[in-house]
Ligand binder design. Structure first.
Ligand code: SAM
Length: 447
């Protein structure tokens, strides 16, 4: 068997794509190796969302150069968003790269690698392609949790973002194909799926007949053996009361929503082309909390978007306090060539972005810790994922709101089981809990 070393950067969708590539190449007799030095084929699955992500790839390519020199038979490939956006630059900066292909070409990866070997010259494949659901997985992929891409592309055209260019227009996979894929995952031991899409709550509107994410959640809920369903990323613009009710009513859907705000200032939201105001966002949060009182919320924020003043930033801070997010992912604005924001005046200096980033994280940590402490004393359902990384005698799992809980499994192997746990203590990065007798479950509610 030949050996494949796969390095993945960026989002969950990339992790999913990497698994597809490993699965397809397994059919061509490639097995995965953790060691780049042992590989016959190295593929970097790349991310373009921020400049830093791209820098990492170029420095990794630099580090791989000596392997290619020592072994000219080694094939090096670059896939994903950078491949789509920067094929010319990749060839310029790393001429020893043999293969560059975008996500539409993943289904043809076996042919592409064979072509490189046969023709002994670089192969570039970054055009559009038909929407294909690939379900191949690498050996031993039977895990408790899996990502499942339900739609590709994005048509939102936020002024900061490269995704519409790198991943093309929105296309949904038919529900029957998704359900089949999840059935197969469950047959291999999967208990939790996260449905992925750049605007996952716009799922299905391009299908005939059109359906929506709430319909899909119901269909996935019907899969026996599956315990939990999550989905990401939702856009506030497409958040409907129907989806809110689905979060409440569809039993396996976790009461958790990742809802990127990006900025708390109307002026900046408009410049970002996000399609909502802070008042509209707050209205949605109020409606969500009314429908699903225990819902956990997380968000993405961009700090230092062009033209962001101290006052704009304070409005973002204010939103973090008001919404009381469980978790915040904060990013310093990164100027992406070809996007409208890259050419906007009033670019914010790096030092200011860094300061705002530090400040927002302080506020977010305080607010998140308060949400975490509110769980103390409550009984929540935990999906046990295995043993704790720090203490081998402890079990570790996650709450519906996706917080890590460590607990004493009382000598039992609970991996893969959903068990009721009383939260005893909220620590900065995790919770401590103890098993409760199943009969006492009804005394608390799931959080
Ligand atoms: N499609 C999702 C949405 O629009 O909400 C998000 C997808 S993106 C992979 C994840 C996050 O990266 C975004 O929510 C945004 O906060 C951040 N991001 C995107 N472009 C960025 C940029 N140019 N600079 C900094 N952060 C960026």
């Amino acid at each position: 068997m030949s050996k494949l070393h796969l390095i993945t950067y960026g989002c969950q969708m990339n992790e999913y794509d990497s698994e597809r590539v490993a699965g397809l190449l397994r059919q061509s007799d490639y097995e995965l190796t953790d060691r780049a030095e042992d590989a016959d084929l190295i593929i970097l699955n790349t991310c373009s969302i921020r400049e830093k992500a791209e820098d990492k790839v170029y420095s990794q390519l630099g580090a791989l150069k000596h392997l290619k020199r020592a072994n000219p038979e080694l094939v090096i490939g670059v896939m994903g968003c950078m491949a789509q956006l920067q094929q010319g630059r990749i060839q310029e900066r790393a001429p020893y790269v043999d293969l560059v292909f975008g996500s539409p070409a993943i289904a043809r990866v076996q042919d592409l690698v064979a072509r490189v070997r046969r023709e002994r010259r670089p192969v570039l494949e970054t055009g559009e392609g038909p929407l294909i659901k690939i379900t191949a997985r690498p050996q031993g992929a039977g895990r408790l949790k899996a990502f499942v891409t339900v739609m590709e592309g994005c048509e939102k055209h936020c002024t900061f973002c490269v995704v519409p260019t790198t991943r093309g227009r929105e296309r949904s996979h038919p529900p029957a194909v998704i359900v089949q894929e999840i059935r197969e995952l469950v047959a291999q031991g999967c208990r939790e799926v996260t449905l992925l899409g750049q605007t996952v709550n716009a799922y299905g509107r391009d299908l005939a007949p059109a359906i929506d994410l709430a319909d899909l959640l119901e269909q996935v809920d019907g899969i026996p053996g599956l315990a939990r369903i999550r989905f990401t990323t939702s856009n506030p613009y497409n958040l409907t009361p129907r989806l809110m009710r689905a979060i409440r009513d569809v039993p396996k859907v976790m009461e958790y929503l990742h809802l990127p705000l990006q900025s708390g200032s109307d002026r900046i939201l408009e410049r970002m082309n996000r399609g909502y105001t802070r008042a509209r966002y707050l209205e949605l949060i109020a409606e969500l909390r009314e429908t699903v009182p225990d819902i956990a919320l997380s968000t993405d924020l961009i700090l230092g978007f062009p033209g962001e003043t101290d006052d704009d930033f304070e409005q973002t801070v204010d939103m973090v306090e008001r919404v009381a997010y469980d978790n915040v992912f904060a990013f310093r604005y990164s100027r992406r060539p070809g996007t409208p924001a890259a050419d906007m005046p009033d670019q914010v200096p790096d030092a200011v972005k860094a300061e705002r980033n530090t400040r927002i994280l302080e506020v977010a940590t305080r607010v998140g810790a308060a949400r975490s402490r509110a769980l103390e004393g409550r009984v929540v359902d935990i999906l046990v994922e295995g043993v704790s990384r720090k203490h081998a005698h402890e079990a570790t799992g996650r709450t519906p709101c996706n917080r890590v809980v460590n607990l004493d499994p009382e000598g039992r192997d609970l991996t893969g089981e959903v068990v009721p746990v009383r939260i005893r203590q909220a620590l900065p990065h995790s919770l401590r809990g103890e098993l409760v007798d199943g009969a006492r479950r009804s005394t608390g509610s799931a959080a």
